[in-house]
Write a new protein. Structure first.
Length: 247
């Protein structure tokens, strides 16, 4: 599963009623992982990606002012590692024992993040059990790590976009991809795909430095409200909804 970062920095905070306010706007990066489509999409103000749209709304709902930055990914990683940024989005499933780090606290789940076996509808019945990949040629992305890639033969491509094209050219019968990236590119290319069996799954959370733990309750409240009222799902569907068969 590919990791992407979106970060913000908090300077000084004070209490105001039942919420915590920042005395200066919180800084965050608007394209922390420009290649993690459709979570972040560089170069589009109208369509910045799922998290590109969701984060400003969440922080506004949490009554937290923000200041946008536009660091390249390497600069973002440096800033996060050196304490200049205090906030990013991760899946605990990416970490050993699902521990996101001693210096951080995690929000409640924002959305499900998973990998599926992706195929065409005509082949979907063959791939309802993830164990079907054993011994088969499976489309993968060059440079990505897969926890079980000793059990199948990798056929590497350069991106999720190329995986979808490969399916329709019948270069492979099945690929492994994040569900939302696969659906995004299927929609973008107008080449429908099917989500077959789940290969791995987890949840995306907001990872906040412990020194800003006081902000977490209002952030969690905003996440919960958006999950309940459909705001998060509406944004996801903007980038992924199409005529596909999910199994």
């Amino acid at each position: 599963m590919k990791k992407g970062f979106l970060a913000l920095t908090c300077l000084v905070i004070f209490f105001c009623g039942s919420t915590v306010q920042a005395s200066t706007a919180l800084k965050y990066n608007v394209n922390a992982s420009s290649s993690w489509v459709p979570y972040y999409i560089a170069g589009s103000a109208e369509n910045p990606g799922i998290l590109g749209e969701l984060v400003p709304l969440l922080l506004a709902k949490a009554n937290i002012e923000v200041e946008k930055n536009n660091y390249p990914p390497k600069r973002t990683n440096y800033a996060l590692a050196n304490g200049l940024l205090d906030f990013d989005f991760v899946s605990p499933s990416w970490f050993e024992d699902q521990k996101v780090g001693d210096d951080f606290v995690s929000s409640i789940a924002i959305l499900v993040i998973q990998e599926n076996i992706i195929t065409l509808d005509k082949n979907a019945q063959k791939w309802q059990d993830v164990n079907q990949i054993k011994g088969k040629k499976i489309g993968t992305i060059r440079g990505y790590l897969y926890h079980d890639d000793t059990e199948f033969t990798r056929v590497d491509f350069t991106s999720e976009r190329e995986l979808i094209k490969a399916l329709h050219k019948e270069r492979v019968e099945a690929v492994i991809s994040g569900d939302l990236p696969a659906l995004y590119w299927a929609k973008k290319l107008n080449r429908p795909v099917t989500l077959a069996s789940i290969h791995s799954e987890g949840h995306l959370v907001m990872r906040l430095r412990k020194k800003h733990t006081a902000l977490l309750p209002q952030i969690n409240a905003a996440i919960a409200e958006f999950n309940q009222n459909g705001t998060t799902q509406s944004i996801i569907e903007k980038y992924t909804k199409q005529d596909v068969f999910s199994r």
